[in-house]
Design a protein around this ligand. Sequence first.
Ligand code: 5GP
Ligand code: MN
Length: 319
Amino acid sequence: MSNIYENIKPFIELVEKSNNIVLAGHISPDGDAISSCFAFCSALRKMNKNPIVLLEDYGNSYEYIKNDNMIYREDYNNIKDVDLFISLDCGDIKRLGFAKEIFEKAKYTVNIDHHISNDNFGKLNIVNPKASSTSEIMFEIINHMGKLDLNIATYIYTGIVFDTGGFKHNCTTNRTHQIAGELISLGVDSVKIHSNVLTLHSLESSKLLARSIQNIYIENDIIVSTLSNDEIVSLGCSHKNTGNIIQYLLDTKGINVSVFIYEKEDGSIKVSFRSKTIDVNKIASYFGGGGHILAAGATLKDMTIQQAKEVVLQKIRSV
Ligand code: 5GP
Ligand code: MN
């Protein structure tokens, strides 16, 4: 492909001729998935389309991101005659979770994403692993459509700040900074967004961070921590309060790879990987997950936390 964004034009044509449009982000939605959905939903509302957003409940961790009643909370069986389904920030179709069924019934599907593991599962695919975030790709599209405004800019800036860790991660490029500058020119309150996205946290997330620090295991330059569902529940917390732990672990002096493992309510085991140099997308993909080279994840089934820790460590030791 000569130009990574050559599909933007056919995509906009598709949007123009569609009316019932469904947008969805990945399971356990994060700041980029949520912001991408809201940004594009807002643009579609400006075009008098009929968009809805499908997102799993994300608890209060992202309540600072304005929702504007965009998330569909009625009976999903009532979602019919979908002209266009747009998947945002999902590396593969499984990441759509409950929304996969609606994706499969839609007349046309588009996959917009920035994960290196993306398998181009849409009929039309706009996938750029060099983009810092799906929100950055949303900027390119919405800017092309001439629909940017302060509200949309605020969503996009939020998604970019989240996925780049405040322009710190190596996915941050010259283009990311240019876009951030343009968004600030539109009036985005960057100080407030940085604080909300990166530093402000709940007491619950502090309690889980504290417990996860007690559970640290270190082997050479690998750090692992775990939280069982019982530990999470007995502290009066939810797995949605674990988002800040993995980066904290990676920031430990002398550490190159961090792994954070927690048990979900249904007994499945969620594993997050971060690294300073090694390709953790490969490791996560080995376990059926995916992501980026330095940040990836997977969900393991039918094993205990201890077993998950052992198999994951074995795999990391072997690379
Ligand atoms: P996290 O560890 O924060 O859940 O995820 C890190 C990155 O890997 C994110 O970009 C996320 O979208 C991606 N990721 C996490 N879990 C999975 C998974 O099970 N499959 C795929 N394809 N990507 C994942
Ligand atoms: Mn993302």
